[in-house]
Design a protein around this ligand. Sequence first.
Ligand code: PMP
Length: 292
Amino acid sequence: FDQLEGFIWMNGEFVNWADAKIHVLTHGLHYASAVFEGERAYGGEIFKLTEHTERLHESARILGFRIPYSVAEIDDACRELLKKQGLRDAYVRPIAWRGSEQMGVSAQNSRINCAIAIWQWPSYFDPAQKLKGIRLDMAEYRRPDPRTAPAHAKAAGLYMICTLSKHAAEAKGFADAMMLDWRGYVAEATGANIFFVKDGKIHTPDPDCFLNGITRKTVVDLARARGFEVVERIIKPEELEGFEQCFLTGTAAEVTPVSEIGPYRFEVGEITKTLMNDYSAAVQPNHAIAAE
Ligand code: PMP
């Protein structure tokens, strides 16, 4: 973590990076009552900032709390912090959590906190590997049934199985893991959505029990604007054998080609390359996204 200086926005104030501390009895730490966002700034502008901030508010609502700062206030704080950090291309991490005022499963009286950190994070996956396609392991954990966990919130607790799956994959030399959902259908990677290409058509799982990523939606729009057919449907793991291309989408991952999932192999093909380029163009400030 090389960015260890500058400021963190915390509950309405800019504090020194090293002073942005919380108490060890924070409810969010003990019981995962925390929601967060991941955003990227390109050329001094945070891509789809308001959409991310709205999702942060919605995630908090799903977890039963209200962030005491409006979407506009958080947007402004993100923009101001980006300037204060002196960065144009950066990763933006807003987070909201229940504080340390009440210990126990119930935390009706705990304070709701909100903070934003911004640092440089050029590439989520190894840049050289990214161009050749990354290798994915098959995760053992499955995305939970929406009746088991609030699957559509970007909530800290949902990342427990993601970290476990990513660590297990990394221990075997893979960059990441592909997770199935609770029914055994293809879901997503541990921090990014997944797409496949076959016979010129793009296929991606229905986001009915995982995050419908902002990058996912952007890439679907970009693909349709190019005239590609995008099919959102149930994808069974046995179909992996027939797909020619595969890629991941996410704010951190952007569009990352996949060369391998378990025993299956994919090429970094034209459609993947086209969408990587279209996404790189779309995130630049003042770029008019065709479908917006
Ligand atoms: N799924 C998971 C589990 C994620 O953590 C992310 C990253 N936020 C995504 C999908 C992609 O979402 P987005 O494109 O909005 O970054």
